[in-house]
Each structure stands twice: as structure tokens, then as C-alpha cells.
Design a protein around this ligand. Structure first.
Ligand SMILES: Nc1ncnc2c1ncn2[C@@H]1O[C@H](COP(=O)(O)OP(=O)(O)OP(=O)(O)O)[C@@H](O)[C@H]1O
Ligand SMILES: [Mg+2]
Length: 347
């Protein structure tokens, strides 16, 4: 829970961590002219370097088509649901890993909560948004416990599933929760008895809490979530929003990818980086990452981190080549797979 600077950091799946995230407004640090860097005393220089390291570690949130789509559909759904007493409709965001599902739904939650707090500035005790993740092999009780943990509700060990569920629902109604974000729902397999009971619990919670439910998980549309009687009920209550890696076929695809690369490149704070270098490498970057925003972000952030640490202060094709990406990106890049298989002497 403690960060490098000694500050306390709570997980996003707690009301304290979520509150920090909603209140967070991060400005990119300035890139000082070389003469100004020279004038910094050692403490000032270390602070300058730390700011740039931290900035590159998180970079920026880009308004991608996925973010925009989920924001627009989510806002509309929340508004429509406010006048529904039952059968509120929700969203399910489903797609491969690293395609921006969690980022998109948490941004939706952040924007909605900021708007709610601006409109109701005197109601500090409100909890407009809840963000929980489904634990592996979740039982209905485990799900209720995750909600209780987010709220910070003390849970005596003797509490039954019904008692926890009731407390959670009553409290969330009182606290004015209007949006429930439920991430990692692929941890729930409704083909098993426990998974099916967990899915029923979500349905029950969504009936008792007058909120819009937004669910997200890895490829859950093909995983039987919509199969059978239970699946049919889920399908009729939720709209599916698929997420995909960026494609690179049509000129529209390529423009969307280039725009993403350009935005990330503009966010860099490196002294010797030649603007447009990454944009010039956009095809290579697509091949390296398979168009996954998660892999692209990791690649650029790591190369930027190395550029500051090694004082090269720039990202080049060579420095990008030196970054080892996540396995899903590496296995789909045929050139790198071949190189990894080749013995070291043949390289
Ligand atoms: N809109 C965005 N702008 C900038 N970076 C983004 C954006 N969306 C995602 N990323 C980056 O990609 C990484 C992966 O995104 P995210 O965690 O949202 O994907 P996911 O689909 O939820 O993945 P998983 O299925 O593994 O949970 C994030 O840590 C973030 O660095
Ligand atoms: Mg995720």
C-alpha cells in the first residue's frame, strides 16, 4: 500500500483508492531547456528526473475509439436507467487482454463521478461509483465481500452471505451509487455451479441496487456467458461492447493507429528525441504489438524509461528492439519469434 515516496496508496478496488483516482489530475512535467537543466542543484535535478520517470511510467490516457464508444454508450445507459425502477440495462465490455477494457470502464466511472460531485457539491458522503473485480472461482458470498471491502464495511466472520448482501445493498442505496463497475468477470465460469451462482448474485445485486452495471472481462462473449437460460437472461439485459486490437488494413484503420502513436509520442518528455520518429515507425510498432494498446503503451513507456536512465534521451528503432514485450505480443510477431528461437551464436 506504500508507494516509493512513502505516501499511502490504496487499491483502486477500495473507496479510498477510487477516490484518489477520481480526484487525480496529472499534468505532464515541463521539458526544461538544456541551460535550465544545467542550473539545477543536485536535489532539483533528481526531482526533475523523478518527475519525468513518473510521467513516462503512466504516460497519458488517449481518447481512443474504444474509450469514446464506452463513454458515450455508458453515459446514455446511466441516464436511461435513472428512470427505470427495474430491468435496468447494463453493458458488457469483452475483448482480448490489453485492449483497454479496464481503462475504458474506469475512465467512464471517473468522468461520471466527477460530474455527479460537481452537480452535488454539498453531498460529500456520496459513493456514486463502485469498482470491484471478480476474484477467481468467485462464489456469491465472495462477490458480496468484494463490494463490502470497497465500501470499507466491517465484516464479522459469522456474517452469512445473505447478511453481507443485504448490508451491501442497503448501504449502496443510501450512498446513492448509480454506477457499478465489475471487472475481470472472466473469473466467473457460468458453466460451473459456483460460476452460475455468482452470475445469479450479480443479477440479484443489479436488481437491488438502482445502478447501471458495467461488466468487463477477457473474451467473455464466446465463453458461454450468454449460453443457456441464465445466459439468455444476461444477453437480454446487457449490451455487448467488443474491444479489439487496432487493425492496420484500411486507411481508416491506419489513421486511427497513427493518431494513437502520435499522441503517445507527443507525451514524451525526452531531451534528444526527434519528434515524428515513432510515427515514422508506426508499421513496425503495429507489427511488434499486434495493435494492442497495452503492448504499445508498455513498449513506449519502457523505452522512455531506459532513455532517461541511460541518458540517451531518445527512443529509436534500436532501443525499441531491445525491449522485451509481454508474451502475447511477442508470439504474434513472427520476426521476433524466429529470432528468439535462433541460438545466440547465430544472431
Ligand atoms: N486509452 C488509453 N490510452 C493510453 N493507454 C491505454 C489506453 N487504454 C489502455 N492503455 C494502456 O494499456 C494497458 C492495458 O489496458 P487495460 O488494462 O485497460 O486493458 P484490458 O483490456 O483491461 O486488459 P486485461 O484484459 O488484461 O485486463 C494499460 O495499462 C494502459 O497502460
Ligand atoms: Mg482489465
Amino acid at each position: 500500500m506504500f508507494g516509493l515516496t512513502g505516501q499511502v496508496h490504496y487499491p483502486l478496488t477500495s473507496k479510498e483508492g477510487w477516490g484518489e483516482f477520481v480526484a487525480q489530475y496529472i499534468e505532464a512535467p515541463p521539458l526544461l531547456p538544456p541551460a535550465a537543466v544545467q542550473r539545477l542543484d543536485p536535489a532539483g535535478f533528481e526531482d526533475y528526473q523523478r518527475q519525468r520517470r513518473e510521467h513516462h511510467a503512466r504516460l497519458v490516457i488517449v481518447s481512443t475509439p474504444t474509450i469514446r464508444h464506452i463513454a458515450a454508450t455508458g453515459r446514455k445507459r446511466i441516464l436511461l436507467n435513472q428512470h427505470q425502477t427495474s430491468a435496468r440495462r447494463g453493458l458488457i465490455v469483452s475483448g482480448p487482454s490489453g485492449t483497454g477494457k479496464s481503462t475504458s470502464i474506469t475512465q467512464l466511472g471517473k468522468n461520471f463521478e466527477q460530474l455527479t460531485r460537481r452537480r452535488q457539491p454539498h453531498q460529500a458522503g456520496l459513493l456514486p461509483v463502485v469498482y470491484v473485480t471478480v476474484p477467481p472461482a468467485a462464489t456469491p458470498k465472495m462477490l458480496a465481500v468484494e463490494f463490502a471491502r470497497f465500501i470499507g464495511l466491517p465484516l464479522p466472520a459469522r456474517f452469512s452471505q445473505v447478511e453481507i448482501t443485504n448490508q451491501v445493498c442497503d448501504l449502496l442505496c443510501t450512498l446513492g451509487t448509480r454506477l457499478v463497475l465489475l471487472d475481470e468477470i472472466h473469473n466467473m465460469d457460468i458453466g460451473t455451479r459456483i460460476g452460475a451462482e455468482a452470475a445469479d448474485q450479480i443479477k440479484y445485486l443489479s436488481e437491488r441496487i438502482p445502478a447501471t452495471f458495467v461488466l468487463a472481462g477477457v473474451d467473455v462473449d464466446g465463453g458461454g456467458l450468454f449460453a443457456g437460460r441464465r445466459g439468455g437472461q444476461i444477453a437480454s439485459r446487457y449490451t455487448l461492447i467488443p474491444t479489439r486490437p487496432f487493425a492496420h488494413k484500411t486507411s481508416a484503420d491506419q489513421n486511427a493507429w497513427r493518431s494513437l502513436v502520435a499522441t503517445l509520442e507527443q507525451a514524451l518528455r525526452l531531451h534528444a528525441h526527434k519528434p515524428g520518429t515513432l510515427l515514422g515507425l508506426e508499421s513496425y510498432l503495429h507489427q511488434r504489438t499486434g495493435g494492442r494498446i497495452g503492448s504499445l503503451s508498455q513498449l513506449i513507456r519502457e523505452a522512455a524509461f531506459v532513455a532517461v536512465a541511460a541518458t540517451t534521451e531518445k527512443i529509436t528503432r534500436k532501443s525499441l528492439d531491445a525491449v522485451d514485450l509481454d508474451l502475447s505480443a511477442e508470439v504474434q510477431d513472427p520476426q521476433r519469434t524466429r529470432r528468439r528461437r535462433a541460438p545466440a551464436t547465430a544472431r
